[in-house]
Ligand binder design. Structure first.
Ligand SMILES: [Zn+2]
Length: 259
């Protein structure tokens, strides 16, 4: 009897703690999502982490959005864009994928820190202002339903929803991931492209949402660009008029100058 009561007691305690957690958190100081130091604002970065973030600004390649070390003049494209043009039109990123950006992406993706999405999404809305001004709809990079089920949310969709509200553009979920693909982490450039080949598709029933429309694909990180390229191909096949890409962070190869 006593045992039974105690068992019930702990369960009730657990439920009470889970219910109260959102309220309890309010009384604790918010932590910097990158380094866990206390900060003043929820979702805000501490000053040292903030100063380590590299926001991407012009001059950059008008096609790929890769920052240039010096200004080559208006409309000049990077060697990468000329040698290996992507399926999408233009790509823009808010920040370079460095140490702090990696922590932020990781917290959003695996740490259930959806409260970061409003801050990160706003950075993206600013970085992608030109693309958004031309766009009819946003297309978050979809997760396979099995991964979505395991992770419970799609970080790209969370970012797309914030951008949609900021820019007044709808989000479409017409693009589907029809094949589960292994994680791209640790794969080389050509392996990444092979890995996502045929992974995305617009079902015939959703073509009307895509045909003739100008779209912006939204993702968290751009590494080789293979994933967003595969998305752009699927959207163009479904009749999209234009596909651009907006990501939170992009890998910038420091050892290889862009021009
Ligand atoms: Zn910090």
């Amino acid at each position: 009897m006593y045992h039974e009561l105690r068992k019930r007691g702990t369960r009730l305690g657990r439920i009470a703690r889970a219910t109260l957690r959102p309220f309890l958190d309010v009384s604790l100081p918010p932590l910097c999502p990158a380094c866990r130091e206390p900060v003043r604002d929820v979702g805000g970065l501490c000053a040292p982490c903030w100063s380590k973030l590299s926001f991407i600004a012009r001059p950059y390649c008008e096609r790929l959005g890769i920052p240039f070390a010096y200004d080559p003049g208006p409309g000049i494209l990077s060697m990468q864009a000329l040698a290996d043009p992507p399926a999408y039109g233009r790509a823009r990123a808010a920040v370079r994928f460095d140490e702090v950006a990696r922590e932020l992406v990781h917290a959003l993706k695996y740490g259930d820190r959806l409260d970061l999405a409003p801050t990160l999404g706003r950075w993206m809305a600013i970085a992608g202002a030109e693309l958004l001004a031309d766009a009819d709809a946003l297309v978050p990079v979809p997760l396979h339903w099995r991964r979505l089920w395991a992770r419970r949310f799609n970080q790209s969709a969370a970012l797309a929803n914030v951008i949609a509200a900021a820019a007044g553009i709808p989000v479409t979920t017409a693009l589907k991931r029809v094949r589960a693909t292994p994680q791209q982490v640790g794969l080389g450039r050509s392996e990444r492209a092979r890995n996502v080949q045929g992974a995305f598709q617009v079902p015939a029933s959703a073509r009307a949402e895509i045909a003739g429309r100008r779209l912006v694909v939204v993702d968290d990180v751009l590494t080789s660009g293979a994933t967003v390229d595969a998305c752009a191909r699927a959207l163009m096949r479904a009749g999209a008029a234009q596909v651009d890409v907006l990501v939170l962070a992009r890998v910038v190869d420091a050892t290889r100058p862009s021009i």
